[in-house]
Design a protein around this ligand. Structure first.
Ligand SMILES: NC(=O)c1ccc[n+]([C@@H]2O[C@H](COP(=O)([O-])OP(=O)(O)OC[C@H]3O[C@@H](n4cnc5c(N)ncnc54)[C@H](O)[C@@H]3O)[C@@H](O)[C@H]2O)c1
Ligand SMILES: [Zn+2]
Length: 364
């Protein structure tokens, strides 16, 4: 399957291949024209699993290929890793036309994308995501960056890829826990704008958790369609793009508070719980169908994702949400669920933020 992210001169294709990475090289030639050399950047977990297939495909397409590694894990998504990567890329004497390919999950994609954005003021960037989260979320949309001690993703750039190439076969080696992480965002995309996507999540949990390639290609395609339509309308996040934060006002606060308490939950699981909590808030506001929170809970449970969090103080959550960089001038720009597949964007007063966390009050 193939689709286009529509951004005028920065438009680019997303290819969803049910098989492996064999088509990566030809797809790059198609988008970039003749490519004499390219650099593949991966990490020590993904490179041994999928590096050879990627490199073989590029070589078969006539490219001279160099390979670099960045360390695995969110803790390494920082300025030190970015610095090391750009120094290594410069040492390889890349020029402005040399594509840099990120082969890995969202951490690798964000670091490599930021290096591609900044190196020589921007070199061509190709995303070859190998985690479900990266395929449905981080590889699409052009946000790149790294974390600092002050917070996540505080240093970065918008740098759209020239191509996103998602090979479903790579998901066969992804731990099921990581599949679940990506599913939090898939369900989010369903709730935002695609009731059929939401239904697929409800009816095919077994095949989804087994990463059935055809089904995954469908989930990734539908998810990317939702995300790319939003991104096309608002590339630099000045308005509509905030709907993609659905579930994240609560999700991020939950992630922070649970991590401090020493029983952290993965991001995707926090987003899932966030969707239920934010849907409950929308019902209490009177703007959402009453069955929606329960329906989201069912789908999460079917896929083995939690739909609530154990004993939490809602005041701690509100405090954690206050530091969200998206809150500005006493207003929070947020999406409010109306039905499965329908949200509205609203600016709410900071005073209303505690209401969003009402869901957790019973468990104080
Ligand atoms: N740029 C954006 O718009 C955007 C959007 C959402 C999330 N993100 C970022 O994405 C990151 C999370 O991404 P993630 O969930 O992919 O985490 P990740 O990159 O850490 O991947 C999770 C783990 O799975 C491993 N892995 C990846 N593919 C594999 C495969 N095919 N087989 C076996 N192991 C594999 C990784 O090496 C890692 O150990 C966060 O840093 C987040 O901030 C960015
Ligand atoms: Zn997320």
């Amino acid at each position: 399957v193939r689709m286009t992210v529509d951004l005028e001169e920065r438009s680019y294709p997303i290819i969803m291949e049910a098989g492996g990475l064999q088509g990566l090289g030809p797809a790059m030639l198609d988008v970039l024209g003749p490519v004499p050399r390219a650099v593949v950047v991966s990490n020590p977990v993904v490179a041994p699993l999928h590096g050879a297939a990627a490199v073989a495909s590029l070589q078969a397409a006539g490219m001279q290929v160099e390979q670099l590694l960045v360390p695995d894990g969110e803790v390494h998504k920082n300025i030190a890793t970015w610095r090391q990567l750009i120094v290594s890329l410069l040492a390889l004497r890349v020029d402005r036309s040399t594509p840099v390919i990120a082969l890995g999950g969202g951490v690798t994609g964000d670091i490599v994308g930021f290096a591609a954005a900044t190196l020589l003021r921007g070199v061509p960037f190709v995303q070859a995501p190998t985690s479900l989260l990266a395929m449905v979320d981080s590889a699409v949309g052009g946000k790149t960056g790294v974390n600092t001690p002050q917070g996540k993703n505080l240093v970065g750039a918008f740098h759209q890829p020239a191509l996103v190439y998602s090979a479903m076969e790579t998901l066969q080696t992804l731990p099921v826990q990581e599949i679940r992480c990506g599913l939090g965002e898939v369900i989010k995309h369903g709730v935002i704008a695609d009731p059929d996507l939401f239904e697929v999540c409800a009816t095919e949990p077994g095949s989804i958790l087994a990463a059935d390639p055809d089904l995954m290609a469908q989930l990734v395609h539908r998810s990317c369609t939702v995300k790319s339509e939003v991104v096309s309308a608002d590339e630099l996040e000045q308005g509509r793009r905030a709907v993609l934060n659905l579930g994240h006002t609560v999700g991020h606060a939950l992630e922070t508070v649970l991590a401090h308490a020493g029983n952290g939950l993965p991001h995707g699981e926090c987003v899932g719980i966030g969707l239920v909590a934010e849907a409950s808030w929308a019902v209490r506001r009177g703007t959402c169908e009453s069955g929606v929170p329960g329906r989201i809970s069912e789908v999460l449970s079917g896929l083995g994702l939690p739909d609530s969090a154990p004993s939490l103080n809602s005041q701690d959550l509100v405090a954690a949400a206050g530091f969200d960089k998206k809150a500005r001038r006493g207003k929070l720009s947020t999406a409010i669920i109306e039905a499965i597949g329908k949200v509205q964007l609203a600016e709410i007063d900071a005073e209303e933020i505690p209401e969003i966390f009402h869901f957790f009050q019973g468990s104080d």
